[in-house]
Design a protein around this ligand. Sequence first.
Ligand SMILES: Cc1cc2nc3c(=O)[nH]c(=O)nc-3n(C[C@H](O)[C@H](O)[C@H](O)COP(=O)(O)OP(=O)(O)OC[C@H]3O[C@@H](n4cnc5c(N)ncnc54)[C@H](O)[C@@H]3O)c2cc1C
Length: 530
Amino acid sequence: MKKWNGWGLEDALPTPLAPEVVQILDTFFGGLQPYPDATFNQVLARVPSPKLDNYNLVTADAEDRLRHARGHSLPDWVALRSGRIDAFPDGVAYPSSDEEVRSLLSFASKVGARLIPYGGGTSVLGQINVIPGDQPVITVDLRGFNQLLDLDETSLLASYGAGITGPQIEASLNVRGYTMGHFPQSFEYSTLGGWIATRSVGTQSYRYGRIEDLFVGGHIETPIGQLDLPVFPASSAGPDLRELILGSEGRLGIITRATVRLSPLPQRESFHAVFFPTIERGFAAMRKIIQTRVPVSMVRLSDSLETENSLVFTGRKLLLSVADKGLFGIGSGRCLMIFGVTGDAKSTRLAYRQTSAISRAHGGFVVKHFIGNEWHKSRFKSPYLRNTLWDAGLALDTLETALPFSRAVAAFAAIKDGIRSAGRDIGEAILVFGHFSHVYIDGTNLYITYMYRRSKDPDETLENWRKMKTAASEVILKQGGTISHQHGVGTDHLPYLPAEKGVVGMQALSSMLKTFDPLGLLNPGKLIEN
Ligand SMILES: Cc1cc2nc3c(=O)[nH]c(=O)nc-3n(C[C@H](O)[C@H](O)[C@H](O)COP(=O)(O)OP(=O)(O)OC[C@H]3O[C@@H](n4cnc5c(N)ncnc54)[C@H](O)[C@@H]3O)c2cc1C
């Protein structure tokens, strides 16, 4: 069973932090205090009676309701760990057929209930949270839709139930020699439907594409009827209705099936590291690699602080000594770039050679595959560190945006400065670092992690987060970045969406939601207000 208030399974061993790392953190933050969390039973006792009549498809079990109450945003963590959860679903449904989903929609419209579609509950912007109010809320957990339904090996297409998780998808494909290639860091627990509804992106998006490149069709149960999205390799038959569903955050309908594109499993794959003397030189190399279309499968460039942290925090002394050894002319400001080469022997060799040559031409020091492969092996492990850091007295959040190459480096610095400056205003040191990890021909995403000291009062921890998040979001808008490259909107980005979409864009979104869901049954208060 998954942890109810953290990342991973209940019985997962905690990720250890080396004593010297605890010491470094303690010094940086000026003393850390591990305040105790509310226990499961304490929080369970606070789950109120449901505002809902009995219905055979819905359970009102308090534990089910608690386990579906919040996702993984920083406010979610504060709420779960402190037990200050302002609203719980009144019931949880586990449908496993379209008919059952239709029954739930019809029940909701009859009794005035609201439905929140739920995949893996890994969203980080409040997408699956209940907004407090008078109407009963039912969370619709789609785990029953977890089957491989069809595999077209000629066209390399597979259809799945939308509640299937990353490992379930890959297990069904790898034995047959295929991969979907979608590996978000939340891969272990997030689902196909959740990926589509939030426009998710995986660590090897450069090779395999974002979810919008992989999602080719499916079936959606909407409050006004069923929407089938037929599968075509391409179509010019007017606007593409898949775009309405992508990023819809459970507001237009419940996705029950989806068809996705596949790739053959690569014959070879390896990941390599390059150290650059500065972020600017690493960035120039990364841009050149992408814009000259070197066939890498991923590139990720960390700033100097993230570079050191990724080596020190994970207790990888061996990596650190490798990094320290022989990095001619590359000192403490070193920035680590990881790149992947995926394909057959010839293409991976070519990609490796071209990337190495470009990197060296930009002052990079190529460290073959040791550090790179380590990164690949542990890429789903870093979220577990959030549990350990929290227990040590630290709150951790991430945020992200995307900008054209011409503005990305300046924006990267400005966003980090904005967070640090908000930290100064509240009198706290903030550890801020980041990377560029999803690249396009014209630009890149910016992914920033920040940590700060938890306060004894959870409300203060939350308020401090709000100040930093607001500062970062305002800088992102000022710099002309999108409010979200991969995490979506939920409730936390909702105030910033109008600046990106404009008046007409917001009207169009609002009308579209009303068309599909005139009674406002689905996931109210997410994406746009009401
Ligand atoms: C540690 C961690 C790492 C992460 N790494 C990444 C990453 O690398 N890339 C990335 O893009 N995101 C990442 N995320 C964010 C999150 O995993 C994604 O947003 C993911 O797509 C959510 O999927 P889910 O199945 O958990 O959806 P949920 O959290 O359950 O739901 C998300 C939204 O989708 C809706 N929804 C879910 N299923 C359906 C359905 N079948 N029909 C209609 N609506 C539905 C929900 O109503 C909700 O609005 C990360 C999150 C965490 C906690």
